[in-house]
Design a protein around this ligand. Structure first.
Ligand code: HT7
Ligand code: ZN
Length: 873
């Protein structure tokens, strides 16, 4: 397979003004007739006079230009294209093809999910529906006519506003949708099914009425309220924070059970993995509810950042994804607890994006080449991309950032643009020079900031020396210094923030957080009038996506953990402290856990005034994978042992406090989804976790009682997980009861699979293999694949990395089985092996052998080939 390069981008030779699509829908054989109004692009260089359209897995029946049917000599069909040898400068092209949704297991293009038909076109799925210029810089106005059996598919949806509906003479139903906004083909969508909807209305800031509908299978109608609430909140928020109104008469969301990713922002018709729509307090956890709020908002926000203004080419993916993730993060921060949201986002970034940067898959936020674009929907493009927008917002400040986004929306509405266009707007509206900042888009890798602090009592100054460097990544051995905001405060002995004045400045800035701008490989900042040695609170709010090194003493970390006014930094201090202790225990299992650590933990547990959600985060040990990321060679077993030992020690030493915290936050009342109630559940379940890790009998009794009495899924699944990991027979009994109770709810069954797949019990792989044969398991459902195979390989390090290589063999076998069915999901699973160089020699050899075995297999998909081959680079 050949790579595509950013440097080869050329404007399209033809543009498409309008698209008229007519579908005769049938699960086995759907006919698609397309009328495209094409014209030569005046700004493109003229080619050989012909027209090449993308098309895959299409059976071509007829092709005509301006109604003249073309004989086969005038065109050529390959498995990937239709080329018409000679075309006029302006013409209408008609094609008729047939496709088979029921045979489409890749879930790209038009496919069957349960009993309904649905589409997924991003990035290049539209070419599996009809011949087209399937690239994002070709924006056209679409009209879609859907014809289908009225009983099987009473609901027929497409993008835009409804325009017609009638019954045909043969009894079939016809529905027409017109989308007045030009859009790229990847935003096309249609749905056909026997669906029910909840309906609401939204009045936009300028007074237009919009109908809102969420379509689901009828039995799920009672699980849509949270999604609808989230949608309305997102619509209001986008008006208030960005001045963005919705633009069609109707906004629709459809939940489908078979879906490769989370959701898709098709114009006016968002299609969702049902996991991100359906929630009732007894079936969905607090995390599920928060996930729905975030994803509903994310897809809605795409209407402006992605749809009205789209990407020129797929290298610019972060233009829409980075910005939209930033927007959804800020939305969720405003809806709930800002500090806790930031912690969750940074946890994700450090766990996945930093690891990606340290792997052979490392790439810049704007990649330079790809074989299969589906492999570049990565945490670097999404989450690091969001950090780049966040840093620009920090550097500009809120007012100038708002002016810059206003300019972006005004200047580029209706266009397909680049990340460069975005940065230009940031500069033009603010006067900031972001010349050096642009490097963040093209330079891969996680920068390291090494900071040293030096207090001089005689001159009452505090000097910070900051050095930055970025480790080499594949294909980028040399790195240049980056422009970044370093937010910090200096704290006095009571934890108060000092007023800061840099040497040479006329006046001190008010006490609080101050943002320094870094540009050089090494920079010094001298603060004056500092009466006593301060404790620096660095990288507040995680102001830049870097690894910070500062040689804090344990006592300083405990001080920050207790006193830092920035919630994020308080959590981060606790993480660093626990990480340090855990890594010491990995080196030396007999190392003594200092009394001061238990004291700090106890002090945190005793704090009844703070935000329980934040406290739950502070009291959470760093994940095994994150600890591994801090080691030169990941010691899988040592890390697991150390983490279990520390959990157990906390459970034993702080037993009474943990029981008290549990009792204080065990709310038997009605389920509420407030930040306080969510925080209380998180905290009590954290406390319970430590008690069970310590084998505490009373803790176990509480856990069993919680499982039996739970009326919400958060408490139920927390208890189930603890019982499976620590409860012996009680765990087996609980699993069986859980399965019986929830056998009719696929999303809840996914949890049942995951809990078993992520258990550190020694027999987990055997159990996972057994579960593969369970009648509820299917390789054709991506949610099920992720809940069993994905969970085992990505969230159970100690069992996946078993020293005998059984986990690696299991993964490679599953990937090879899955690849012919669904390459996108297979390639994603394969990523669990790409970090092979981080492990000891024996594991490296075993992982490498499995990657080689995959690569040696014939007829691999482009998706899987690219991941497997890059893994060995
Ligand atoms: N823009 C979407 C990305 C996407 C996708 C979604 C579902 C299935 C396959 C997909 N390929 C790419 C999702 C988003 O970021 O909003
Ligand atoms: Zn997105």
């Amino acid at each position: 397979p050949h790579p595509v390069h950013l440097k080869d981008y050329r404007p399209p030779e033809f543009l498409i003004d309008t698209v008229d699509l007519r579908f005769e829908l049938d699960a086995d054989r759907t006919r698609v007739e397309a009328h495209l109004a094409l014209r030569r692009n005046p700004v493109a260089t003229r080619g050989d006079g012909g027209l090449r359209l993308d098309g895959e897995q299409l059976e071509l029946e007829a092709v005509a230009i301006d109604d003249r049917p073309l004989p086969p000599a005038e065109y050529r069909v390959t498995p990937e294209s239709l080329t018409i040898h000679r075309v006029p400068d302006r013409f209408t092209l008609t094609t008729r093809v047939t496709i088979s949704p029921s045979q489409n297991t890749a879930l790209e293009g038009l496919y069957q999910s349960g009993d309904m038909l649905c589409t997924q076109c991003e990035a290049e799925g539209f070419r599996r529906i009809t011949y087209f210029l399937d690239r994002p810089d070709v924006m056209a106005r679409f009209t879609t006519t859907l014809i289908a059996d009225a009983e099987r598919y009473p609901v027929l949806l497409a993008n835009g506003n409804p325009a017609a509906r009638r019954t045909l003479d043969d009894g079939r139903q016809l529905t027409r949708w017109v989308d007045p906004f030009p859009k790229p083909s990847y935003l096309f969508a249609l749905i056909a099914g026997d669906l029910s909807a909840i309906e609401d209305r939204f009045t936009t800031a300028s007074g237009r009425e919009v109908v809102l509908r969420i379509y689901v299978e009828p039995h799920n109608l009672d699980k849509c309220d949270h999604a609808m609430r989230s949608l309305k909140q997102a619509m209001r928020w986008d008006e208030e924070r960005y001045g963005r109104e919705y633009d069609l008469d109707i906004f629709m969301i459809v939940a489908v059970s078979h879906f490769n990713m989370g959701a898709m922002e098709n114009k006016g018709l968002n299609v969702f993995n049902d996991k991100y729509v359906l929630a009732r307090s007894d079936t969905a956890t607090d995390q599920d509810f928060q996930g729905i709020e975030g994803v509903i908002a994310h897809e809605y926000f795409h209407n402006w950042t992605g749809n009205r203004i789209t990407c020129r080419d797929w290298f610019q993916l972060s233009l829409k994804e980075g910005f939209t993730v930033y927007r959804d993060q800020e939305f969720s921060a405003d809806m709930g607890s800002r500090g806790v949201k930031r912690i969750a986002d940074v946890r994700l970034l450090r766990a996945h994006q930093f690891a990606e940067d340290a792997s052979p898959m490392a790439h810049p936020v704007r990649p330079e080449s790809y074989i299969e674009i589906n492999n570049f929907y990565t945490t670097t493009v999404y989450e690091k991309g969001a950090e780049l927008v966040r840093m620009q917002a920090t550097l500009l400040g809120p007012e100038r950032f708002r002016r810059a986004t206003d300019l972006y929306f005004e200047r580029h509405d209706g266009q397909a643009v680049t990340t460069e266009d975005f940065v230009r707007c940031m500069e033009a509206a603010s006067g900031c020079d972001l010349g050096q900042f642009r490097r963040w888009y093209s330079q891969a890798g996680t920068p390291v900031l090494e900071v040293e602090g030096d207090y001089d009592a005689a001159s009452a100054t505090y000097r910070l020396r900051v050095r930055q460097h970025t480790p080499a990544t594949p294909g980028q051995p040399e790195k240049a210094p980056l422009h970044l905001p370093l937010a910090l405060a200096l704290l006095d002995a009571e934890g108060r923030e000092l007023a800061l004045r840099l040497d040479g400045e006329a006046a001190a800035a008010p006490a609080g957080t101050r943002v320094l701008e870094l540009r050089e490989a090494e920079q010094c900042f001298t603060f004056v009038d500092i009466a006593e040695p301060p404790v620096p609170s660095l990288l507040r709010g995680f102001s830049a996506p870097v690894r910070l090194r500062f040689d804090y003493s344990d006592a300083e970390l405990m001080f920050l953990m207790a006193h830092d006014g920035d919630g994020f930094s308080r959590w981060d201090a606790a993480q660093t402290l626990m990480q340090r202790l855990l890594l010491r225990l990995v080196e030396d299992p007999a190392a003594v856990i200092p009394e001061s650590f238990f004291a700090a933990f106890a002090q945190a547990l005793d704090d009844r005034t703070g935000d329980p959600a934040l406290l739950a985060e502070v009291l959470t040990l760093p994940a095994e994978s994150y600890l591994g990321d801090q080691m030169a060679v990941v010691d899988v077993d040592g890390i697991h042992r150390a983490r279990c030992a520390l959990e157990q020690a906390i459970g034993v030493r702080l037993r009474d406090r943990l029981l008290a915290v549990y009792a204080a936050h065990d709310d038997a009342g009605a389920y509420r989804l407030t930040p306080e109630a969510i925080g209380a559940r998180a905290l009590k379940n954290r406390a319970l976790g430590y008690l069970l890790a310590a084998g505490d009998a009373e803790g176990l009794a509480r856990c069993i009682a919680q499982f039996e009495a739970a009326r919400n899924m958060t408490d139920c699944i927390s208890a189930l997980r603890l019982l499976v990991d620590h409860g012996g027979e009680a765990g087996l009994e609980a699993l069986s009861r859980f399965h019986t109770r929830w056998s009719g709810e696929p999303l809840v069954l996914d949890k049942w699979f995951s809990v078993q797949a992520t258990s550190p019990r020694p027999d987990t792989l055997a159990r996972v293999e057994r579960l593969m044969r369970n009648p509820d398991f299917s390789l054709r459902n991506p949610n099920r694949v992720r809940s069993l195979i994905g969970a085992f390989c990505n969230a159970n390090p100690v069992r996946f990395h078993a020293a005998d290589g059984s986990g690696y063999r299991f993964l490679a076998d599953r990937v090879l089985e899955l690849d012919p069915l669904n390459p996108q999901v297979a390639a994603r699973l394969m990523r669990a092996l790409v970090h092979w160089r981080r492990f000891d020699a024996a594991r490296q050899a075993l992982m490498r052998a499995e990657i080689e075995r995959v690569l040696a297999t014939e007829a691999l998909s482009r998706d899987l080939y690219e991941v497997a081959s890059r893994a060995l680079e």
